[in-house]
Ligand binder design. Structure first.
Ligand code: ADP
Ligand code: MG
Length: 498
C-alpha cells in the first residue's frame, strides 16, 4: 500500500506513544500536530507556532529523527509548517529547524490592530499619575508555581502553563482553557502563570480578572455610554468634556483591554446567558489573539459542555489547548497539606494528615479549610490537634455532597485492619488475604459510594464490573456462612462510617 502523509504520521505517533506513553507530554506536544504533505520522502507536519517547533527540536529531536527514519527510511526528512489556525486569517508559513531538516517560508504577518490612544480609565486597575498607564495585575502572590504541588491530576496543565509563562502568546496554546469543578486549582494555576510570566519579563502587562468583575465593569461602561449619549442629544451641560473624562465608556473599556499582553479571565462560565458581555469579550479576544497576546481562560466545564455561550466564542476557545485539572490522588492531597503545614510552621501527626486526605477527596479548597480550622484551633485556642478534633472540623466544614466516603478511604481502613500496604490492592497477586481485602474494598465501595461497578473496578486494581459484582456476592455469602467473618465485616463497616 502506498504511504501518504496521514498514514506515515499515524505510524510516527504510535512510535511516540510507545516511547512516551499516553503522558502529558505526548498529549501536549504530539497530539496537536497534523501531517499536511508527503513529497519525495519529506513529511511536512503542521504545528501551531514557531515556539512549538523550537520546543520539539530542543526536546524531541532524537525521537523525531528515529520516527522519520523508521517510517520513511534513511532519505526521510521532516519539515514544519507553522500554521496559526485562526480560520479568519490563514497564515501559513514554514520555518527553520535546528535539526537540519529543510524549511521554507510562505506567508504573512497578521494585521495588527492599532490601538487608539485610550483616555485614562477611572478603573480600579489603573495606577493614576503615571504617563504610560500601568496596570495593576491583580495577581495573588501566594498562588505561585512554587506553592502549586504537581501531580498526575495537573501535569499537562502545569507544564503547558509553565511554557506559556516563558513565551506568552507564542506557544500555540492560545488560548489556554483550564477546566475543572470548583476547588481544584484553576485560579491558583492561572495566577502562577501570570506571576511567572512577570518574573520572566517585568514589563509584561498581565491582568487577572474574574468574569464577574469583567461583567460589572462592562455594564458600568455601558451605562456611562448611554448617559453621555443622552446628555449629548439633550445638549445638557452635564455632558461637558469634564464629565467625559471621569466616566469610562465602552470604547475606553475595550481600549483598556487592548493593551494587555496576558489576559487571565477566571470562571468564564459566569458569562453564560449574558450575550452583551460575551459580545464585548469576543471583540477583545479577537484583538488580543490577532496581536499575538496570550489569553488564559478558566471554566467549570470543557468548551463542548458550555451551554449558553455563543458558538463563535466556543470555537475560539478550542483554538489553543483545553486542559483539565483532575481530582488529585491521595499522595498529591497529602503533599498539598504538607506544603501548607510547612509554611505555617505547625506540626501535625501523620495519621491526622492522612485521615483528612482520605476523607476529603474531591475538593482541595475544602481540604485546606479543614486544615486552616485545625491550625487556628492549635495556634489561637492552644488546643492539641487530635483525631477527634480533626473529625469534628471535617463534619463542620465539609459540604455534605463532598463528604461521601471515598474509595481511597475504604481501602485504607481495610488495609490498616489487615496490616497490608494499600498499594497491594492494586496488584495482580492471588494471595488469599489480598484477594479478600480487595473484595471487601469493592463490597464497601458499592455499599457506601455512588460509584458505578465499572468505576469501582477501575479503582480497585483495574478490574471490570463483573469482577466487582462477583466480589460483592462472595462477601455477602461469607457473611452469611461464617460468623467470625461477619464480625470483621461489621467492625470494618463501623470504622468506615466512623
Ligand atoms: P478553583 O479555582 O479550581 O476553584 P482554586 O485555585 O481556588 O480552585 O484552589 C482552591 C485551593 O486549593 C487554593 O487555596 C489552592 O491554593 C489550593 N490548591 C489547589 N490545587 C493545588 C495544588 N496542586 N497545589 C497546591 N495548592 C492547591
Ligand atoms: Mg477559581
Amino acid at each position: 500500500m502506498e504511504k501518504n502523509c496521514t498514514s506515515v504520521w499515524k505510524e510516527c505517533l504510535e512510535f511516540f506513544r510507545d516511547n512516551l506513553g499516553e503522558s502529558a507530554n505526548y498529549k501536549a506536544w504530539f497530539s496537536p500536530i497534523k501531517a499536511v504533505k508527503l513529497e519525495n520522502s519529506t513529511l511536512t507536519i503542521q504545528v501551531p507556532s514557531q515556539f512549538f517547533c523550537e520546543y520539539l527540536e530542543e526536546h524531541y529531536v532524537d525521537l523525531l529523527r528515529s520516527a522519520i527514519k523508521r517510517t520513511l527510511g534513511p532519505e526521510g526528512r521532516l519539515e514544519y509548517a507553522v500554521i496559526v489556525d485562526n480560520t479568519n486569517h490563514n497564515n501559513p508559513f514554514v520555518v527553520t529547524s535546528e535539526s537540519g531538516y529543510r524549511k521554507e517560508t510562505r506567508n504573512q504577518p497578521i494585521a495588527m490592530p492599532v490601538p487608539k490612544q485610550s483616555q485614562q480609565l477611572p478603573d480600579p486597575f489603573i495606577i493614576p499619575g503615571i504617563t504610560k498607564a500601568k496596570v495593576n495585575s491583580q495577581l495573588n502572590s501566594s498562588y505561585s508555581f512554587d506553592n502549586f504541588v504537581e501531580g498526575e491530576c495537573n501535569r499537562l496543565a502545569r507544564s503547558v502553563g509553565y511554557s506559556i509563562a516563558e513565551k506568552p502568546g507564542k506557544t500555540g496554546f492560545n488560548p489556554l482553557f483550564l477546566y475543572s469543578p470548583v476547588g481544584l486549582g484553576k485560579t491558583h494555576l492561572m495566577n502562577a502563570i501570570g506571576l511567572q510570566a512577570k518574573l520572566n519579563n517585568p514589563d509584561l502587562t498581565v491582568l487577572y480578572i474574574s468574569s464577574d468583575l469583567f461583567t460589572q465593569q462592562f455594564s458600568d461602561a455601558a451605562r456611562n455610554t448611554d448617559f453621555k449619549n443622552k446628555n449629548k442629544q439633550k445638549n445638557d451641560p452635564k455632558g461637558s468634556p469634564d464629565d467625559d473624562n471621569k466616566l469610562g465608556t465602552i470604547n475606553d473599556f475595550v481600549h483598556f483591554y487592548q493593551h494587555i499582553d496576558m489576559l487571565l479571565i477566571d470562571d468564564i462560565h459566569k458569562l453564560v446567558e449574558k450575550p452583551k458581555t460575551q459580545d464585548v469579550f469576543f471583540q477583545i479576544f479577537n484583538q488580543l489573539h490577532q496581536s499575538g497576546k496570550q489569553i488564559i481562560i478558566s471554566s467549570d466545564k470543557p468548551p463542548v459542555e458550555l451551554q449558553g455561550i455563543e458558538q463563535r466564542l466556543l470555537s475560539r476557545f478550542k483554538w489553543g489547548l483545553a486542559a483539565e485539572l483532575q481530582v488529585p490522588d491521595v499522595e498529591t492531597r497529602i503533599a498539598i497539606m504538607q506544603k501548607k503545614l510547612h509554611s505555617s510552621g505547625v506540626e501535625m501527626p501523620k495519621e491526622i494528615i492522612e485521615y483528612i486526605a482520605y476523607s476529603i477527596s474531591t475538593n482541595v479548597r475544602e481540604m485546606e479549610g479543614v486544615l486552616n480550622a485545625l491550625l487556628a484551633q492549635s495556634i489561637y485556642n492552644k488546643k492539641t490537634i487530635t483525631m477527634e478534633l480533626a473529625r469534628k472540623m471535617i463534619d463542620q466544614i465539609v459540604h455534605n455532597s463532598a463528604k461521601e466516603i471515598s474509595i481511597d478511604y475504604i481501602q485504607k481502613v481495610i488495609c490498616d485492619h489487615f496490616n497490608l500496604e494499600p498499594s497491594k490492592i492494586h496488584t495482580n497477586t492471588r494471595r488469599r488475604e489480598i484477594v479478600i481485602a480487595r473484595q471487601l474494598a469493592m463490597f464497601f465501595a458499592k455499599k457506601h459510594t455512588k460509584n458505578s461497578l465499572a468505576s469501582i473496578g477501575a479503582q480497585c486494581g483495574k478490574r471490570d464490573h463483573a469482577t466487582v459484582l462477583h466480589a460483592c456476592k462472595t462477601i455477602q455469602n461469607l457473611t452469611e456462612t461464617d460468623k467470625a467473618f461477619k464480625g470483621i465485616v461489621e467492625e470494618l463497616d463501623k470504622k468506615i462510617k466512623n
